[in-house]
Design a protein around this ligand. Structure first.
Ligand SMILES: [Fe+2]
Length: 189
């Protein structure tokens, strides 16, 4: 496991909580933090179960400028969403966390706590927009505004319509220190 591959996994957690607390007024930012922390659990599974394919998918995402889950599907025939939810069910994680793990890249399929899944999805997009992930795919503000997570949250929480992706990601720089501590803690061993 390398820091460059997995730094984004815990890093989305404070972004999920920050999105909830500062912009949306979602009532349970701690829940959003946990969902953000676990949403890419399947990437850890894949890196252990099929390390060579996982690295090939990472390389494809980086060199072909495509979302990582698309590269996984092309290289491995399945995604971290599928392997992650398999582990989530074995661990008997709550259904809403399993739904977040399974559907943060296709939130229309989520059946439980859709706002939570959408918050993690939106945080993931904003995080990528800031260029902090290991692949080179960077969604534009227009892509973010057209994403179903944004549209869903806009309908549910009026504050979302006032979020400017560039301004928000700049505001989130305050969390960079927290992100660094999390990543350092994980990769200490
Ligand atoms: Fe993901």
């Amino acid at each position: 496991m390398t820091r460059s591959h997995f730094g984004n996994i815990p890093s989305v957690a404070p972004w999920s909580a920050g999105t909830s607390r500062k912009k949306i007024r979602y009532p349970e930012p701690e829940r959003a933090y946990l969902a953000g922390l676990l949403h890419d659990l399947g990437e850890l599974v894949n890196s252990i179960a099929v390390p060579d394919l996982f690295l090939a998918a990472s390389e494809r995402a980086r060199t072909q400028n495509e979302p990582f889950y698309a590269a996984e599907m092309a290289v491995m025939g399945f995604t971290h969403c599928q392997s992650g939810v398999y582990l989530a069910e074995r661990w008997k994680l709550p259904d809403e966390l399993a739904d977040t793990i399974a559907h943060h890249h296709d939130i229309e399929q989520a059946k439980r706590n859709l706002p939570l899944v959408a918050i993690v999805r939106l945080s993931d997009l904003l995080f990528s927009h800031r260029g902090l992930t290991y692949d080179t795919y960077v969604p534009s503000p227009a892509e973010i505004a057209e994403d179903s997570a944004w549209i869903m949250l806009e309908g549910e929480y009026p504050g979302v319509s006032h979020v400017n992706p560039d301004q928000f990601t700049a505001d989130m720089d305050a969390f960079v220190g927290e992100v660094g501590k999390l990543v350092d803690a994980i990769f200490r061993y």
